[in-house]
Design a protein around this ligand. Sequence first.
Ligand code: BGC
Length: 806
Amino acid sequence: MKKKKILFFKITGLLIFLILLSGGFSFWYVNKTFLTFENGYDEQTNFSELTKEGYTFFDRNNNGKLDQYEDDRESIKARVHDVLSQMTLEEKIHILKGGGMASGIGITKPGGIPGAVGTIVPTTRLGIPTIYLSDGPAGLRIEPTREGEDKTFYCTAFPISTLLASSWNKAMIYEVGDAMGKEAEAYGIDVILGPATNIHRHPLCGRNFEYFSEDPLLSGLMGAAIVNGIQSNGVGTSLKHFVANNQETNRLLNDVIVSDRAMREIYLKGFEHIVKRSQPWTIMSSYNKVNGTYTSESNSLLTDVLRDEWGFEGLVMTDWFGGKNVAAQISAGNDLLEPGTNRQWKALIKAAENGELSLNNINRATSRILTLVFKTKKMQSYNYNSTPDLKKNAEITRNSASEGMVLLKNEDVLPFSDINNIALLGVTSYEFIAGGTGSGDVNEAYTISLEEGLSNAGFDINNVAQQAFDTHRIATIESFKRPGGIEAIFTPFKPTEMTYTTEQLHDIVTTSDIGILTLGRNAGEGGDRLEKDDFLLTEAEQEMIYKITEAFHKENKKIIVVLNIGGVIETTSWKNLPDAILLAWQGGQEGGNSVTDILTGKVNPSGKLPMTFPVNLSDHISNDNFPKNPKMITLEGMVKNLIFPPNELPGAQKVRDEDYTHYDEGVFVGYRHFDTKNIDVSYPFGYGLSYTDFEYQAMKVSLKNDTINIAVTIKNTGKFSGKEVVQFYTEKLNSEINRPTQELKAFTKTKRIESEAMERVFVKIPIKELSYWNEKKNDWDLEKGGYNIKVGASSRDIRQVELLNL
Ligand code: BGC
């Protein structure tokens, strides 16, 4: 017995020892592979300042001489050429991958920026600085607090990209980009990892909130405006995720099987518009494959299309840990591997040694990286002060959010008149959601809820409803804890929804003037959304909406539904119930104020839908080929994938919509399908109401130098001043190919037109934009013949049509 005990203790002791050892080993391995493997490559920050022939410069390589690359009177091209000629092969290989993930999780060397998720590593000997890359599309994602510092580093949570696209307002989006760029500049960030411009192929992609639209022209023009705004500050962008990254499920391995025509006309087109209009400093290749090749290893995408055809001048970086074969990536034109691992570093050295990676390709990638480094403020020895104008940016956020919210329904209720006491129902009225989760999240200092927004505007918030919420909150407090830190990345905030008793509702209705019910959703990176309880309302929500609308209407009071969501939900089954529906999207940190501005009429809504709200999910053809049982990625899962990168399953074991996804719908995405097949929708593409009405008059179409010029007069025939989004679609008559019946080819937004006043708007469409991709010729083809040129207030509300013969 004694012996057995001793044996037991020995075995247990050994097991504990082994566990500790393996734990220690794992920690050491993760640290040395993904976090801190850059020892010996510290950034030089103290340079001697020399003056030669009246010119003062930093002697970056400490040789007492003025080198061409140290001379900022020289062109960037000449400086890069010079520094490249001074770099050793080892230094060149070193710069092809980032410095690891340490900074992304807050571990930095002195002078670092905790939370900046990627870096371009310094070249110590030559005094080339560290360059910081940080997410993302709705504002910067850096850590808001730093150990040992009282100062905070909060960033502005701007509205999600889908909301920005719903504004259809290029000038305003430029302004948002400009504010983002200024904030990045103030915090020492050199490149913002955004905007993201993948197409909303299916309503349930978990990252749709980070993307603009189901239409490539709208995506492209919105993206170009934001890139131009950011880059006007000398801060770069990373346009992502290039390309066809339209689902989160199995995103590291998914192979998109798609026709060339759909690629050209839909998935590449938005990127093409942005590259040609704004030259983003960088592009981020996506995780997925396209027709069997990882995009980060695709010479045809990264070199033939992007550079040779479109004239892209910047560098391409991988998505974080994306792709498999480093030599194939650099050779294809994916110049920078982010965030960089020790494994990749070793693999690059090996590939250079065994000839798999040529010196030419190493030089090409290095010089593209250096070109970016020389463009940054860092090379101008700019000292950032970490004091952005958060107040001004909050104002910009507030205004841009109200410009992109979409009024879906309004039956004589908005804007408010004679309202004092407002009953707020549903948990998200009190816990507004500013944006989605994942890398698109922002660490903002505060989020204005609807409750705060309405109080700020002087309304009384109904006590009975508020108390019901407070009691519910305490009872379900766990679900109200907002996930923080790394956990927040993969854990959407989902507070438990309320239920109301008939008595409670009676008390609420009789003590208030009006009710607002908010329905909220939160999703993000690492998981697609589900049809049940997400696209479709949950049972609790359905019950709430029926009971609440009934209770208010019984007392002849009105009820408004506010949708605080990041992606499309089902609306057909319940939209007849409330008196008004405002699609508030996720409006950033000032969301509650922005909604209030619309409800009170301070702002006349002018947003229009950048995608269709279908009746059923299955009305989308893409629904036949979209993951039906998506699982959310977890932190543990992500770390496991890092240590043991998942491998492809053998052919026969591959699972449809996970390992590969067929884009059988071709170019018939969103309204291109619904309008062609005349399928009923809940709200069409381009739809949105205003407090006023607009008349479209005197459309004139003419053709000059291969450009279609269109003019139309928009008259405000209602009582409120307001803006109108004017949309131009083209339709090829008697086409010989299977084309969408109409496609958006231009749009504009009027200025604020006073009641009874009018504005004549003008747009231009180059005729080559009417071409389709001819797969036989492997080129664009312009069909001759008749085209209907249409102007409308939505894709289903065409106001005037003119025939044009080409
Ligand atoms: C996302 C990118 C993001 C990067 C860095 C990746 O998981 O796909 O959009 O920029 O992480 O956070």
